[in-house]
Ligand binder design. Structure first.
Ligand SMILES: C[S@@+](CC[C@H](N)C(=O)[O-])C[C@H]1O[C@@H](n2cnc3c(N)ncnc32)[C@H](O)[C@@H]1O
Length: 342
C-alpha cells in the first residue's frame, strides 16, 4: 500500500483525481486535508504521471505520527525522521524540508523546516539547499478524524512534480510590476522550460494593462513587443521604445498584417471563450516565425472545464503542435497551453 498527499487547484481536484486514477485504478480517497489537498492510498507504487495537467503536487506519506499541536510536536517529528527516514537522504544529494500546516498549531512551517533540516544534516551530512534540492522531506500536518497527525515522506523533486511545497510556485512581487497576471507568464516560462527569443518581435494579444508585455521586455531588451488590446497600457510601457501599442482587437489587427509580417513569439491572455480565442490564434498561424512558439491562457468554465479545454486544444491542433498544457498555480479557472507551428 502507498499513501500520498495529492494537491491541485481546489476547483480542479476532481480532474487531478481522474489523472491519478488513470495511472492506478486502486487509488482511493482517505481524507480531505484542506481545499484541493487529499490523502489517498493505492496498491503498489505510483508510476510518475507524465505531464499531468491538473495534478499539481504529489507527496509521499511513509510515516504517520499523532501530534498535539504544541511545541512537543517538533521533538516527535525529529524522532520520526531520525528513526525512520534518514536512509532516504543520500549524503551527496542536496535536500529541503517542505512543511504544509493545515491546522492551527503553536508552531509555524518554518519551525518544522528548521528543526527537521538540522536533524537530516546532522544524521546524513547532506547539504540543505532550499532553492535547488534533489531530495525533499514533505511534511503534512493535518487533522484526520479529529486527531492531528504529522505525515512525512521522502522523495525526489521529480516524483513530487514540483520543487515547491504543494506545487505552489511563489514569485516575489517586483518593483514596477504591472499586474498579477505577470506571474502566470513567468510560471509558464519556467514550467515549460521555454527560452524566450533574444531578439525579434513578440505579439501580445489581450495585453492590457501590460504585465505580460513587461515580462517580455524585461527578458530581452532586443525583443520588441506589439501589444494588442483596446484597453490602456500602463504608463511605463507607453514610454518604452520597444512597445508598440495597437489599440484595437486581435481580430482587427490581423486584417492589417501583410503576408511577410512574422512574430517570433505570440502570447495570448485575451479574456474570451477559449474556443474563440483559439480560433483567432489559428488565424495568426501564418504570421508565426518558423521557430516561434505560442503561449495561451484558456479560461475554463466552473462547470465541465475539461470538455472546454479539449475543444480549445482541438481547434489549436488544426494549425499548431501542442507541446504542453498545464493548470498553473497562478491560473485561476484557467489553464495554459504552449504550442509551436506545424
Ligand atoms: C486578463 S487581461 C490581460 C492581462 C495581461 N496579460 C497582463 O498581464 O496585464 C485580458 C485582456 O484581454 C483583452 N481582450 C479581450 N478580448 C480581446 C480581443 N478580441 N482582442 C484584444 N484584446 C482582447 C481585454 O481588453 C483585457 O485587457
Amino acid at each position: 500500500m502507498t499513501d500520498l498527499i495529492i494537491s491541485a487547484d481546489q476547483h480542479h481536484i476532481d480532474l487531478a483525481w481522474q489523472e491519478l486514477k488513470a495511472l492506478n485504478k486502486s487509488a482511493h480517497r482517505r481524507a480531505e486535508l484542506s481545499d484541493g489537498v487529499w490523502l489517498v492510498s493505492l496498491k503498489g507504487a505510483l508510476t510518475r504521471p507524465q505531464n499531468p495537467i491538473f495534478l499539481r503536487h504529489i507527496a509521499p506519506v511513509q510515516e504517520v505520527v499523532p501530534l498535539d499541536g504544541d511545541q512537543s510536536d517538533l521533538d516527535t517529528l525529529k524522532r520520526t525522521v531520525r528513526d525512520a527516514l534518514l536512509d532516504d537522504f543520500p549524503t551527496s544529494d542536496p535536500f529541503s524540508v517542505q512543511t504544509r500546516l493545515f491546522e492551527k498549531t503553536a508552531y509555524k512551517p518554518f519551525d518544522v523546516n528548521r528543526a527537521l533540516s538540522s536533524t537530516i544534516v546532522q544524521g546524513t551530512g547532506a547539504a540543505l539547499d532550499v532553492r535547488a534540492p534533489k531530495m525533499v522531506l514533505s511534511v503534512g500536518i493535518a487533522q484526520v478524524d479529529k486527531q492531528l497527525f504529522g505525515m512525512l515522506g521522502a522523495s525526489t523533486v521529480e516524483q513530487n512534480l514540483s520543487d515547491w511545497a504543494g506545487g505552489e510556485r511563489r514569485f516575489k512581487r517586483e518593483k514596477g510590476q504591472i499586474s498579477r497576471a505577470e506571474f502566470k507568464l513567468l510560471e509558464a516560462i519556467e514550467y515549460f522550460d521555454l527560452s524566450l527569443p533574444e531578439k525579434g518581435v513578440a505579439l501580445d494579444l489581450g495585453a492590457a494593462p501590460g504585465g505580460w508585455t513587461r515580462v517580455l521586455r524585461q527578458a530581452n531588451d532586443a525583443l520588441v513587443v506589439v501589444a494588442v488590446d483596446p484597453g490602456e497600457l500602463d504608463g511605463t510601457l507607453q514610454r518604452d521604445w520597444g512597445v508598440n501599442h495597437v489599440r484595437g482587437t486581435a481580430e482587427w489587427y490581423l486584417q492589417s498584417l501583410t503576408a511577410d509580417q512574422k512574430f517570433d513569439l505570440i502570447v495570448n491572455d485575451m479574456r474570451l471563450d477559449g474556443r474563440y480565442s483559439a480560433e483567432i490564434l489559428t488565424n495568426y498561424a501564418p504570421h508565426l516565425a518558423p521557430d516561434g512558439s505560442i503561449i495561451m491562457t484558456v479560461k475554463l468554465p466552473q462547470n465541465y472545464p475539461l470538455p472546454r479545454l479539449n475543444e480549445t486544444l482541438q481547434i489549436l491542433k488544426t494549425r499548431y503542435n501542442i507541446c504542453g498544457v498545464r493548470q498553473l498555480f497562478h491560473n485561476r479557472h484557467e489553464a495554459t497551453i504552449w504550442a509551436v507551428g506545424q
